[in-house]
Design a protein. Structure first.
Length: 386
């Protein structure tokens, strides 16, 4: 009765089962994976948001495949403030970046077409690809003190079924940005092989090390789809407002826009309130990001202080994003470690294999966790490791 694309294993994994059992016990949990900004104690201008969502225009239905002009103009302004010229006509609003991927996959891929995706990276890609009958081919990121793309392996992975290369800028969870030289080489590879470049920039604004960063939205060498939204930028995932911006040669952008318009017109998924409120939702990013970056820096400082007293564990370099990756000795399987930490110390972390790390020596921790819980959870983790 059901499509093969939904033949996932629906059995609960051991870590999820252990987490459910812990929560059922009623014991207090220190959740070091917590990354929902609306539940992490940040302050929002609720009055401004509510007013933006309740204006008179929300009662008017004005379907536009690309999104309301006022909303797209707000996104164009967001890029302009970064020194990137993106026309409002090159922007398509979506309900989420997941939907933006859906539109791009439908635009570019016939069944069993291939997309190259970085490894390690976020596990959501697997489900998005399978739902759209797309095959993911992984290309490695290597860490030699600074993360970088392994271009030799990437180029070997390209076949006549490849339709595009996905980059996450900065990567989740490694937190590294694609460097300008890498951007240039990716563009050259894609242009030479008629491939699209798909850039996920949801964490782009959260830079720890860099002042000057380049967005893929400025790319003109090859057909480029740059995705982002207020879920991360403004810490408002419940608003369901995102976008995909087109870049590249004019003739390819025009063809892509015509086809994307048909796809978007078929669904018209972004609500009128979200579109009307988008200028205000984007303006919320300034206050939210200031709070988040202050917490991120304090949690990183706390982590470094604790790690300085424990030579069995180290953190990988973080350039941006919301996550820290710890490298631990190869004492236990990473999932066994996570289960033991949960059951013995009531601390929940993500094992690295969730993010496709090749070795079971990595743990992933959210930096959004309130400082007191973050410090105590990390102390317990290091005690368990010792």
């Amino acid at each position: 009765m059901f499509a093969k694309r939904t033949n996932w294993s629906l059995e609960t994994n051991r870590l999820s089962a252990a987490l459910a059992a812990h929560r059922a016990s009623g014991k207090r949990l220190l959740d070091l994976t917590h990354s929902n900004p609306t539940e992490c104690g940040f302050q929002y201008d609720e009055k401004a948001i509510r007013e933006a969502l309740s204006g008179g225009e929300v009662m008017a239905y004005k379907p536009n495949p690309r999104g309301l002009p006022s909303a797209r103009a707000a996104v164009a302004k967001y890029y302009a403030e970064k020194g990137v010229g993106v026309s409002a006509e090159e922007i398509f609003l979506t309900a989420s970046t997941s939907e933006a991927y859906s539109f791009v996959f439908r635009l570019l891929c016939d069944p069993d077409a291939e997309m190259l995706v970085p490894s390690p990276s976020y596990p959501l890609f697997d489900f998005l690809a399978e739902i759209h009958d797309v095959c993911l081919i992984r290309y490695p990121l290597i860490d030699d003190g600074a993360w970088q793309i392994e271009f030799a392996e990437l180029e070997r992975a390209i076949t006549d079924r490849t339709r595009g290369i996905i980059v996450v800028h900065p990567n989740n969870p490694t937190g590294h940005y694609v460097k300008p030289a890498e951007m240039e080489r990716l563009s050259q590879i894609c242009a030479a092989r008629d491939l699209a470049l798909i850039a996920d920039e949801v964490f782009f604004d959260f830079s720890v090390e860099h002042d000057e960063l380049r967005s893929f939205a400025a790319n003109s060498q090859t057909l480029t789809f740059t995705m982002s939204g207020v879920s991360k930028i403004s810490g408002l995932p419940q608003m369901k407002a995102a976008w995909v911006a087109l870049g590249g040669p004019e003739n390819l952008k025009a063809q892509a826009a015509d086809r994307l318009e048909v796809i978007a017109d078929t669904f018209l998924s972004v609500s009128a309130p979200a579109q009307v409120a988008l200028p205000v939702l984007l303006a919320q990013r300034f206050g939210f990001q200031q709070q988040l970056m202050a917490r991120l820096q304090r949690n990183l400082a706390e982590m470094d202080q604790q790690l300085a007293r424990n030579d069995s564990c180290s953190r990988l370099r973080i350039e941006g994003g919301w996550y820290a990756v710890l490298r631990v000795p190869k004492l236990l399987d990473d999932e066994e470690f996570a289960i033991g930490l949960l059951e013995e110390h009531s601390v929940y972390i993500h094992p690295g294999h969730f993010y496709d790390f090749s070795e079971p020596t990595y743990l992933v921790i959210s930096l959004l966790v309130p400082e007191k819980d973050f410090a105590e959870g990390l102390r317990r983790l290091l005690r368990f490791l010792s």
